[in-house]
Ligand binder design. Structure first.
Ligand SMILES: Nc1nc2c(ncn2[C@@H]2O[C@H](COP(=O)(O)OP(=O)(O)OP(=O)(O)O)[C@@H](O)[C@H]2O)c(=O)[nH]1
Ligand SMILES: [Zn+2]
Length: 208
């Protein structure tokens, strides 16, 4: 995989003024983004999130999933810490793409769960790769991460790439009546770790 750095700029947000770094996968033409805050290259472990694109949740306020809430919570956590990294990975719909995700949602409207819907379309439940993370983190001088995730497969994939995940930080936000089944399937069929977050963090901000 040939992922190269292209350009950096400031990105003011309601939470902090991040620095935004753009990367290009020269083989596929896919553009990825990293947001950093503070000195992330000083050798100390960095609070981080590797967030896969979810146009519906991240930009269109969808309540079908928890993605947008997790994205906002991660940015807020990094802002609170004053230091951290968010990789925004352009692998929509766990890698099947936006239009196939809409096809999958259509099947879910008829009763399939999120895994069954992918399978009925001929895809595995999760097609994501995390290879692009390594060149992005290397470019930014980061070698150890406190990772915000509930997904043990994400941790395993990053570790397999040689990324030093020193700690997992739960990130449970955005539970609502529309994503109950989605979250239950994540926990039941995909091995996600739920229910371990501190009560205080839960009550902090569950809705936008
Ligand atoms: N195929 C499919 N993809 C979905 C569905 N709901 C959300 N997604 C995608 O699932 C991915 C979620 O990414 P993340 O939030 O980074 O990862 P995660 O595996 O949920 O793990 P966490 O780190 O615990 O959030 C995004 O690419 C979404 O577009 C769905 O019903 N079907
Ligand atoms: Zn989503």
């Amino acid at each position: 995989m040939s992922v190269v750095f292209v350009a950096s700029s400031l990105l003011p947000t309601p939470f902090a003024v991040f620095t935004m770094h753009g990367f290009l996968d020269e083989e596929t033409g896919i553009e990825h983004v990293a947001l950093t805050l503070g000195d992330v290259a000083n050798g100390e472990a960095v609070l981080g999130r590797m967030h896969s694109e979810c146009l519906t949740g991240d930009a269109l306020f969808s309540l079908r999933c928890d993605c947008g809430f997790q994205l906002e919570a991660a940015m807020k956590a990094i802002a609170k810490e004053g230091r951290g990294i968010l990789l925004y990975l352009r692998q929509e719909g766990r890698g099947i793409g936006l239009l196939n995700k809409i096809r999958a949602y259509s099947l879910q409207d008829k009763g399939a769960d999120t895994v069954e819907a992918n399978e009925q379309l001929g895809f595995p439940a999760d097609m994501r790769q995390y290879d692009m993370c390594l060149p992005m983190l290397n470019h930014l001088g980061i070698n150890a991460i406190q990772l915000m995730t509930n997904n043990p497969k994400k941790i395993a994939a990053l570790k397999a790439l040689g990324i030093n995940v020193v700690e997992r930080k739960p990130i449970e936000f955005g539970k609502n009546r529309y994503n109950q089944n989605y979250l239950a399937t994540k926990a039941g069929k995909m091995g996600h770790l739920f229910g371990l977050q501190h009560q205080q963090e839960k009550s902090e901000d569950n809705t936008r």
